[in-house]
Write a protein that binds this ligand. Structure first.
Ligand code: SF4
Length: 399
């Protein structure tokens, strides 16, 4: 669990106005002085992210964000970063100062949480200093709110307990990659080309995730290079699914008999991490592209050169060739993703497989695109379209 990457952990972010006790709560949950706690407004400039084990739930990334009502000079920059954190938050804790309750700010933020489907917990801080009548009214208005006092271990323990319970509910909803389309005991063949672009001596994360998911669900998997694929298929009496690297679609499509379903790692991840329906609708926008159309290529991590080649070179060139249009491309990486106004400039967003980030991050981007009325699709679907096998590559996964 200690080795769980930050992005694969549930992202728990603490929000609230400046000086309400967010960093105090962060420190109490983390039980170390990882964030600076100060009486000076706006001390937390950048979000602070710490990996921890939340017992009994498991690995989380705990995020301390900048204050929402920050009127200092750096306030705008801080708020932009807090907005980026919102896009990846799985669960939010909103801290409201019970001695000076700013319910308008809370209502505004609660609306954002609802819009992005982020469950949240309200914490009323400094409650022992609050007027009894005010606290009484707050507790009646927000019956689910938890009380917090830094020195009271019991109040912190109650917040941690509730947080673990809420996260466990989210975990139950987590979707499998393969387990709902292939049954236990069935055979999946995974095609991993080992060419100059493959990283030396290891598999990449989507391949590892798929193998693990197959093992978790009792699915037998055979991993092979494209060069041995035919032999591998011949060696099995029954093959229930072939999953390939999207870049080998054309070659693999020729080798795999038509009666065997075929898809790619990237399409399976698109289905598990995003919203395949939205991506499939998004791909229809390719036929509407014209000279001068603007495309945003979005990659969810600071990638290696191999990926750079797909996102920066292969897909842009392939799309120009496929459409016969003069297209322009912009590129964003990691958590950098434009807000609604800038998004509207684009005619299509093409997203990577998002193996390094959580489902929440991808869904937030899809919601942002929907609100900006910009179609979004993903690398795997585009590569299947180029190879002329979009229907075949998505048939098995449209469940
Ligand atoms: S997150 Fe995206 S860019 Fe990064 S390795 Fe995964 S698929 Fe590639």
């Amino acid at each position: 669990m200690q080795n769980t990457p930050i992005a694969s952990r549930k992202q728990v972010a603490i929000y609230g106005n400046t000086n309400v006790g967010k960093s105090t709560l962060f420190n109490c949950i983390f039980e170390q002085n990882a964030a600076i706690v100060s009486e000076e407004k706006g001390t937390t400039t950048d979000p602070i992210i710490k990996a921890m084990e939340l017992i009994p739930f498991g690995p989380i990334a705990l995020i301390d964000t900048a204050g929402l009502k920050d009127d200092s000079i750096l306030g705008k920059k801080r708020l932009k970063k807090t907005g980026e954190i919102l896009n990846r938050t799985d669960f939010a804790i909103y801290v409201m100062d019970a001695t000076e309750p700013d319910e308008k700010s809370y209502a505004k933020m609660a609306e954002q949480f609802q819009k992005r489907r982020i469950p949240h917990l309200l914490v009323l801080s400094k409650y022992r200093l609050a007027k009894e009548s005010v606290l009484d009214r707050l507790q009646k208005t927000y019956p689910d709110a938890l009380l917090m006092e830094a020195e009271e271990r019991g109040s912190i323990a109650a917040i941690k307990k509730r947080l673990a319970e809420e996260l466990s509910k989210l975990e139950e909803k987590e979707e499998t990659i393969l387990g709902d389309i292939v049954s236990a005991g069935e055979n999946v063949v995974m095609v991993v080309p080992v060419d100059s672009e493959a990283p030396k001596g290891r598999l990449i994360l989507p391949q590892v995730q798929l193998i693990r998911d197959a093992l978790d669900h009792g699915i037998k998997c055979l991993v092979t290079r494209d060069t041995e694929l035919k032999d591998a298929l011949d060696s099995l009496t029954k093959v229930d699914l072939v999953v390939t690297d999207s870049q080998a679609f054309r070659k693999v499509d020729q080798i795999v008999p038509k009666e065997i379903p075929l898809t790619s790692f990237s399409i399976l991840l698109a289905r598990q991490k995003g919203d395949l329906k939205a991506y499939l609708e998004g791909i229809e926008a390719v036929s509407r592209l014209k000279d001068g159309s603007k495309i945003l290529m979005a990659e969810a991590c600071s990638h290696n050169v191999g990926h750079e080649d797909i996102g920066r070179v292969k897909i842009p060139n392939g799309l120009k060739k496929f459409t016969g249009k003069e297209l322009t491309f912009d590129f964003v990486m990691s958590y950098d993703f434009p807000e609604e106004e800038r998004l509207k400039e684009y005619d299509l967003v093409i997203h990577c497989g998002a193996c390094m980030v959580n489902k929440k991050s991808v869904l937030s981007r899809i919601v942002l695109c929907e609100e900006a009325n910009v179609p979004i699709t993903n690398y795997g679907l585009i590569l299947a379209l180029f190879a002329g096998i979009l229907d075949r590559a998505t048939e098995k996964v449209r469940v």
